[in-house]
Ligand binder design. Structure first.
Ligand code: SF4
Length: 380
């Protein structure tokens, strides 16, 4: 995990007009080269690229320029998912894709079960110890394990977390985290928001990482319905969703059968929820998916939501900050806070906003929260 030094490196080589995730990602990569973690003469960089209105489309060219200025012009950069005109696009083979999906599902499951149990554990450190054990096991299994082993591991992992001794009577406000994908999951970029919230006495609910890729798959369906998308793209989109859901099935089943956890929604449900408030034609950045995630959380009894947005990210301001007023009006009790993430963001300011949101949540208490949730469900 990089430190602030990597972000300073990013600021040195990327114009600060670029969005914050570009500064973090590029800073991190250049720092790795500068610190001697990889030999520049024997290193290539693979980078995800979105293809559309959002600036992630330009990350590749920005990284190439930055590498040149940092003294590493020999390092080639490949797009994992590239534009058609990219001649050096890197294509993932089947085996690598399967491993990547399995890694993401292991990660999502671990994140989900850890966040649910940790705030209520009776023996301090027991959740972390179990988390570390399964993290190591998942890494080993990724290299060697079959699909059968993967299924077995997910089931055993969920069962072990489900049986951790916790204080069943304790109530803590649930806080969902949504936002731009990098700042949402990158602890340095979001100033360790998960830890801060837990330390302040909240239960963190983090939607799954895989959902973002399901959203990308669903975009092909929405494009065909609303824009000029082709039938072929739609079929590919549906197939992609099916493949991801196939790998998520063991996790969903295990979570459903547990006492403490809830399985994630399908992307079709999230799209339906988002479409109550925004057009599914909003596909730049997190687009409609960001709105859908907020509704999904509120709908499943998590009225407190933190929306993380990189400073200056236009797409996510539209479907994030732009819909908050509408959501607060529609869902009584929705307690949503927007937090801007930037290299110059004041941590104190961020902390104060989080504390304010938690103060509202705690004042409301479990009874009122439940009542408001029931009312909201009845009114729909
Ligand atoms: S979603 Fe926003 S922050 Fe992310 S790459 Fe696009 S413009 Fe930048």
């Amino acid at each position: 995990m990089p430190d602030k030094h990597a972000i300073d490196t990013g600021l040195r080589y990327v114009h600060n007009d670029m969005c914050y995730p570009a500064i973090v990602v590029i800073g991190q990569l250049i720092s790795a080269l500068k610190d001697g973690l990889c030999d520049p003469d024997h290193t290539s960089i693979m980078l995800f690229q979105t293809c559309g209105a959002c600036r992630a489309t330009n990350y590749l060219s920005v990284l190439r320029q930055a590498l040149k200025h940092a003294g590493f012009p020999q390092v080639p950069v490949f797009a994992i998912h590239g534009l058609k005109e990219e001649t050096d696009s890197f294509h993932m083979g089947r085996g690598m894709l399967v491993d990547a999906i399995k890694a993401a599902v292991y990660g999502d499951t671990l994140m989900n079960v850890r966040n649910r149990m940790m705030p209520y554990e009776l023996t301090k450190g027991s959740t972390k110890a179990l988390f570390d054990k399964w993290m190591e096991r998942a890494k080993e299994e990724l290299v060697r394990g079959s699909f059968f082993r993967f299924q077995k591991n997910i089931k055993a992992m969920v069962r072990e977390f489900d049986h951790l001794p916790i204080d069943e009577q304790l109530w803590k406000p649930k806080v969902g985290i949504v936002g731009e994908i990098l700042v949402k999951y990158h602890p340095v970029a979001n100033n360790h928001i998960e830890k801060v919230l837990m330390d302040e006495g909240a239960e963190v609910v983090m939607p799954d990482f895989v959902d973002f890729f399901l959203y990308s798959g669903y975009d092909a369906i929405a494009k065909r319905k609303l824009l000029a998308g082709s039938y072929k793209e739609e079929v590919f989109g549906k197939m992609f969703i099916k493949i991801l859901e196939f790998f998520r099935r063991p996790m969903k089943k295990a979570l459903k059968e547990s006492r403490h956890f809830t399985p994630p929604h399908s992307i079709y449900e999230t799209a339906e929820m988002a479409s109550r408030h925004v057009s599914l034609g909003n596909m730049a950045g997190e687009g409609w998916f960001l709105t859908g995630e907020m509704v999904k959380l509120i709908d499943s009894g998590v009225p407190n939501v933190v929306c993380l947005q990189p400073f200056g990210c236009l797409p996510n301001h539209i479907t994030g900050k732009g819909v908050m007023h509408e959501l607060r009006n529609t869902y009584k009790g929705a307690n949503i806070t927007a937090i801007d993430c930037d290299a110059g963001s004041s941590e104190v300011n961020q902390l104060n906003r989080l504390k304010l949101m938690l103060a509202v949540a705690k004042e409301r208490g479990p009874k009122q929260e439940k009542q408001e949730h029931n009312d909201a469900v009845m009114n729909r």
